[in-house]
Each structure stands twice: as structure tokens, then as C-alpha cells.
Design a protein around this ligand. Structure first.
Ligand SMILES: *Cc1c(COP(=O)(O)O)cnc(C)c1O
Length: 380
């Protein structure tokens, strides 16, 4: 018998998921904004201190909501890092915007604030930042540039929930922020997300956009007699069955983050000697960050050595994966003339980055398997 390959990611129960799902079924109310959605909203608002949290069908959809809220129109420009997931850009492209790709810093792999201002034009309507791996962007610098030009900042905080920047929760620093509860994220319900509203001016319209363009939320609060179609919108409300699962995870957030912190710290310390001997770079976490322990990655010396390590680990029954391909070089972005050399750091790290198995129930023994297999590899 061969032991099965150790997965890169695996979702798991945090505690009372099944009990809570049963409660929604017994209550006979499984549409959105019922008991557990409200509990999720309250928990996020209480812990983070955001003005309003709304669970959504996905982070992608929450990003689409930000694009509608910011009135993105055809011909507008939105600055996004090139090193991110497609949705960071696509949500704005759907509204007719042109994504302007910013390169990332070589240390944190976050949007490079030193390259931001030169990308701003009179058409720039939003700056979207991603706290890669849950390590914060340089938000003071980014916010100062944005404020100088009167441009709102959106945090795509899919990696950063419960991380901090200079003591402030990630997801509460931009005007709007989005969360993902996809199964690859620290806290999950399979597919899901949230919109965090930090500027109260967006709160009322966000409820309307999320409810198919109707003022149904006002109606349920008794603020209007009947609800009607008042704006554009779509169906971004999460089912309470999923919210029940999500709440069971959210209420264990400290436990989940604690487990991930141990895993991250162990990779970091036990691989440091090997990394130094092999010219491998470990993640940088600036002192102003309390990171969100979202992933553990390594930067190999070259594309060839990265591919060789993936193959080596596979031969040892361990799955490791690369990550984002540069968005500016994607097939779709060719329409905006994306070309090689436009975001050199993104192009370089995309080739060299590798992520190791990292999930809430990764056991010490399984983590040892990963570490031992990595240490048997020579990048030279
Ligand atoms: C996962 C992720 C998304 C998309 O999340 P969904 O909930 O699957 O829509 C968007 N941006 C980033 C940076 C992500 O990591």
C-alpha cells in the first residue's frame, strides 16, 4: 500500500457546522439574511469594527458590488496588482473598466506603492490592493497617494482576514473591502464571501445592490411599506445554510488562526537553514504587520528549480503548487496591450514561487513529511 499524496489544501469542520445547519433546516428558513447570516454580520462587525459587513455568494461577487458602488463606467481605469487572482480585475472589467496593472514589491509581493502614482490618470476611479498571503500592503503610503488624487481604495482582503496593519484590522482600512470564504481560504463555507463597508456612505446602496436592486432590506426593517426596484443590482445574498456553516467557522476564528500560526512558524524556522544553503527566499513579514497566516510560500532561485522541487515533492507523495500567473500577460489582457517586462517583479516571482501544504488540520506528522521532503532537495 502506498500512502496517498498529501494534499496542498483540505477543508475541515471547525466545530458546530452540522448542528447549525440542522438549526436552519428546523427553522425552515434557508434563504439569505436569516439567523446565521445576521450572526456572521455581527461577528465581523464586532471583531473588526467595520461599519457594516454583508455576507455574499463569493469574494468575486463582493468585488463586483464594489465596482457598482464606485460607479465604475466604460472607459474608467482601475489600478490592480498584476500578481493576483483574476477576480480582482475582472469585477471591474465587467463594468467596462480597463485594468491598469501595477507591479509588486519583491519582498511582500504586494502592490508596489513606489510604482503606484505614475499609473494614476484622470480616468482612474479605484485602486484595489491585495494583502498577499495575509501580509499587509504599505497602507499609509497607498492611502496617502489615493487621498492626494481623491481615489477610493478597495482592499481585496481574500487572504487577510484577521491580519493587521499597524494595529488596524485588514479589511477596515480602505473605503470598501472584500473577503472570501472559498474552501482554499482560512475560514470557509465552500463558496462564499463578504463585503465590508468602512465608509458609511456606501452602506444603504450596498444592501440594495445585494438584493437585486430592491430596497427589500428597508422593507424587512419596516422602513418602507413595500419593496420595489430602485437601482441596479444582482443576487449576491448567501443562503443561510452556508451562513450556518460559515458561522461555525467564524466563531472559532482565534482557534483556526492559532493553528495556522503554529504551522507557519514551524515551516519558517525548520526550513531556514535549508533555504539559506539553497538560495531560497522565505516570506518577508514587515514589522508593521500582524499577518493572517494564510499560506506558506518559498521563492526558488529559478523557474527550473521551482519545477524541479514540485516534481521532487510529488515523488515523495507531497503536493506543492505554484500560484498566480501575471495578469498583464494573460490571454484576456492582451487586448490592453500587456507585454513582457511591464511588471518585471510579478513576472519573476510568478516563475519562482511555490506553496507548501497548509490547512487547519495538517498534522505535525504530515507537516514533518513535507519538511523532510523539502530538505532532501538541493536547488544547486
Ligand atoms: C480567492 C480569491 C478571490 C476570489 O474569491 P471567491 O470567493 O472564490 O470569489 C479573489 N481575490 C483573491 C486575492 C483571492 O485569493
Amino acid at each position: 500500500m502506498t500512502t496517498p499524496n498529501l494534499p496542498f489544501n483540505r477543508s475541515s469542520l471547525a466545530g458546530r457546522e452540522l448542528e447549525y445547519i440542522n438549526l436552519t433546516l428546523e427553522a425552515g428558513q434557508i434563504a439569505g439574511d436569516q439567523l446565521f447570516s445576521k450572526k456572521c454580520h455581527k461577528l465581523l462587525e464586532d471583531v473588526l469594527g467595520t461599519k457594516r459587513a454583508l455576507v455574499t455568494t463569493s469574494c468575486t461577487h463582493a468585488l463586483e458590488m464594489t465596482a457598482i458602488l464606485l460607479d465604475i463606467q466604460t472607459g474608467d481605469e482601475v489600478i490592480v496588482p498584476s500578481f493576483t487572482f483574476v477576480s480582482t480585475a475582472n469585477a471591474f472589467v465587467l463594468r467596462g473598466a480597463r485594468p491598469v496593472f501595477c507591479d509588486v514589491r519583491h519582498d511582500t509581493l504586494n502592490l508596489d506603492e513606489a510604482k503606484l502614482e505614475e499609473l494614476i490618470s484622470p480616468r482612474t476611479k479605484a485602486i484595489v490592493v491585495v494583502h498577499y498571503a495575509g501580509v499587509s500592503c504599505a497602507m499609509d503610503e497607498i492611502n496617502a497617494i489615493a487621498a492626494r488624487h481623491g481615489i477610493p481604495v478597495v482592499e481585496d482582503n481574500a487572504h487577510g482576514l484577521f491580519g493587521k496593519y499597524k494595529g488596524r484590522w485588514l479589511g477596515t482600512i480602505g473605503a470598501l473591502a472584500t473577503q472570501s470564504f472559498h474552501e482554499t481560504k482560512n475560514i470557509t463555507c465552500g463558496e462564499g464571501g463578504a463585503l465590508l463597508i468602512n465608509d458609511h456612505r456606501y452602506a444603504e446602496r450596498a444592501e440594495i445592490i445585494r438584493e437585486k436592486g430592491t430596497n427589500r432590506a428597508n422593507f424587512f426593517r419596516g422602513q418602507v411599506d413595500k419593496y420595489s426596484w430602485v437601482d441596479v443590482g444582482s443576487s449576491y445574498v448567501m443562503s443561510d445554510v452556508l451562513a450556518a456553516f460559515l458561522y461555525a467557522q467564524l466563531e472559532r476564528w482565534e482557534d483556526i488562526q492559532g493553528k495556522r500560526r503554529l504551522l507557519w512558524n514551524r515551516y519558517h524556522s525548520e526550513l531556514s537553514g535549508w533555504a539559506a544553503r539553497n538560495g531560497v527566499t522565505q516570506p518577508t513579514v514587515p514589522s508593521y504587520c500582524e499577518q493572517a497566516w494564510h499560506m506558506y510560500y518559498l521563492l526558488l532561485p529559478s523557474l527550473q528549480s521551482r519545477q524541479a522541487l514540485i516534481a521532487h515533492l510529488k515523488a515523495h507523495g507531497v503536493l506543492a503548487v505554484f500560484h498566480y500567473l501575471p495578469l498583464h500577460l494573460s490571454q484576456y489582457a492582451s487586448r490592453w496591450g500587456g507585454k513582457k517586462g511591464q511588471c518585471p517583479v510579478t513576472e519573476d516571482v510568478s516563475d519562482r514561487l511555490l506553496r507548501l501544504s497548509f490547512y487547519n488540520t495538517l498534522t505535525q506528522d504530515d507537516q514533518s513529511r513535507v519538511i523532510n521532503a523539502v530538505q532532501k532537495f538541493s536547488a544547486a
